[in-house]
Ligand binder design. Structure first.
Ligand code: GDP
Ligand code: ZN
Length: 345
């Protein structure tokens, strides 16, 4: 998939180079020539990045689970390593004070969210790896919800193969019904939240077993929600800096926080600095694919069909015009078309 970056193509090269410079921890043991590179590496979850230092979780879910600090091997300096990555780590990953492990590679990613400064920006930055859900947080008022902003999040999620969820906060200030009607055709799971009445159990249940990236414009109440879902979230993000002695995490860094309740565990990935995702690299086919019912019908479309209202011989437009998909189908095509024009320029 075009989404997955070129990191993995480069890895054998990195590994070889790295073998050359790697200090041999067992110097008196004969070295086997065909020994796999970094056979001694452990896989650790990247929780956060702060000025070139990675906080990684070693032995996740194991008896010896602990955090450690790591830097990336020199050979990987051009490889983006982000929150959610599974890093291959060598060296002292004990997490003891003053120790630094070394990241020598990353595992293939199941998903990748990137952002670019704007839709035409060629320079994309990787934001989060391996998330399988995106929780879009929007306020019913203060700030006023914007449908198009939510559309942009949805497009970024669907393109990356990530399931979107929607939380509307501050429903004590305004009724979100009108706003929500825009999303009827999407089949989105929607949660509403009010001051003092956050649906923590319901949202929590959706987090169990998943890696969920939280996105939202500043002021919508995302931090309030994260802190309520993950007690001590503040403390956890500060932990990195206890080790590095640099005080609190800056608000622009993305962190992974563990969600845990009687229902189970999951990961909350908070993205304080990311307000929107550039959509300069979206593949329309990925958006259509998320609408499985419509995608099936669209197989009858002419090659290169845009599926927009003016598309000649579009099987979807025709099916809706003939009433074959009912009101629901019409609403879904409407939503699909809106998303398809979100990044069409
Ligand atoms: P963030 O920028 O998205 O992280 O937003 P914050 O969590 O910092 O919240 C912004 C402001 O909205 C704070 O003053 C919160 O107390 C307030 N807030 C959060 N949730 C609600 C809510 O459901 N209702 C109301 N009325 N205010 C809320
Ligand atoms: Zn079509």
């Amino acid at each position: 998939m075009s989404w997955l970056d070129d990191t993995d193509d480069d890895e054998p090269e990195f590994d070889e180079a790295d073998v050359r410079v790697r200090p041999n921890p067992k110097a008196n043991r004969p070295r086997t020539k065909r020994r796999p590179a970094h056979g001694d590496a452990v896989v650790a979850r990247v929780l956060g990045v702060d000025r070139g230092r990675y906080t990684v979780l070693v032995d996740e879910d194991g008896a010896n689970e602990h955090e450690a600090l790591a830097v990336r091997a020199r050979e990987l300096r051009k490889t983006p390593i982000v929150t959610g990555d599974r890093a291959r780590v060598v060296g002292d990953a004990s997490g003891a004070e003053g120790t630094l492990a070394r990241i020598v590679g990353i595992q293939e990613r199941t998903s990748l969210l990137r952002r670019s400064a704007d839709d035409t920006d060629q320079v994309e930055r990787v934001v989060v790896a391996n998330a399988d859900q995106m929780l879009v947080v929007v306020a019913a008022a203060d700030p006023e919800p914007r449908e198009r902003l939510v559309d942009r999040y949805l497009v970024a999620a669907l393109d990356a193969g990530i399931r979107p969820l929607l939380v509307v906060t501050k429903t004590d200030l305004a009724d979100p019904a009108d706003f929500l009607s825009h999303f009827d055709g999407l089949g989105l799971e929607v949660f509403t939240s009010a001051r003092g009445e956050m649906p923590l159990e319901r949202i929590g249940a959706a987090l169990v077993g998943h890696s969920t990236v939280f996105v939202g414009h500043s002021g919508v109440g995302k931090s309030t929600l994260v802190n309520a879902l993950v007690p001590g979230a503040d403390r956890a993000t500060g932990h990195v800096n206890v080790v590095t002695g640099r005080g609190r995490h800056t608000s622009s860094s993305t962190v992974s926080l563990r969600y845990a309740s009687a229902a189970g565990r999951g990961w909350v990935i908070d993205t304080p600095g990311v307000r929107s995702f550039g959509l300069g690299h979206i593949d329309p086919a990925n958006i259509l694919r998320a609408f499985t019912d419509l995608a099936e019908i669209a197989e009858e479309c002419p090659r290169g069909c845009t599926h927009l209202p003016d598309a000649p011989d579009c099987a979807l437009v025709e099916a809706v015009a003939e009433g074959r998909l009912g009101d629901t189908g019409a609403a879904r095509l409407d939503s699909l078309q809106r998303l398809l024009t979100t990044f069409a320029g």
